[in-house]
Design a protein around this ligand. Sequence first.
Ligand code: C5P
Length: 311
Amino acid sequence: MTDSVTATESPSTAASVTVRVPAKVNVQLAVGAARPDGFHDLANVFLAVGLYDEVTATPADELAITCSGPDAAQVPLDRGNLAARAALALAGRYGIEPAVHLHIAKDIPVAGGMAGGSADGAAALLACDALWSTGASREELLEICAELGSDVPFNLIGGAALGTGRGELLTPLTTGGTFRWVFAVADGGLSTPVVFGEFDRLTAGTDVPEPTAAPALLDALASGDPVALAKTLSNDLQAAALSLRPSLAATLAAGTDAGALAALVSGSGPTTAFLVPDEATAHRVAAALTASGTCRTARVAVSPAPGATVV
Ligand code: C5P
């Protein structure tokens, strides 16, 4: 990894390390009943999408976090930030002083259901690992990611993967081509625990089936056919997100009316995701979503995207 470290003279005097990390969309999010530990078993088909945050780790007197970007004001800069928690976890494991400044250049929607916070955790972990030359194995890094949060391991590996357990146990998946998306960014975020709580409320007294990945969806991913994928997209948290934020129904309708193949809430929301057949449609759907007044902004992105990478 030292060859890609931003070095002033040699890797041992590296001034800083920058890691680029993608957002995700869940093309299938099957949710089981709440477990005794409060988490839910999932069959979570993750797809990394080409919207990126960058985390730069620079030696400093003490742990500090800063953030830039249009939504930086919404990002907590305390030790609860997953980037800080990642640095502390790695430093603790290797007996290193966490004397590092982490700067987050934020482009992934905040609290939007696209794993932006988790992405910063994965990126900070990789950046600190390179800065401190810990020699941690990929497995160790994935273990720390899983301790940080259910989505964090996927942000590290990127591409496409099935997440089971609470989403942290990953099986990489093959994709047969590029899928194009438009994301409608809502005003304000939704809290993941609150959305899972609403899922519990809505499913109370019902028999919640074991979550399983849909074979047709995995086939569609492998084929690279967006029309086939559009028919199989599903998100068991969508009803909960819509219950908490009914206005998302108008956003979903605006995107499908404009020519999207399919629309769904991304993860726990409130970002909505629109699968489109080609670039021209992507721009048409993005323009229609923006003009509809049903979202704050619309972003165009392609998937799959690589995982966290030192740049
Ligand atoms: O793992 P993470 O910290 O991202 O999870 C945030 C919250 O989302 C959890 O505290 C829990 O309320 C909910 N969650 C869940 N089941 C999962 C993942 C997350 O209930 N599989």
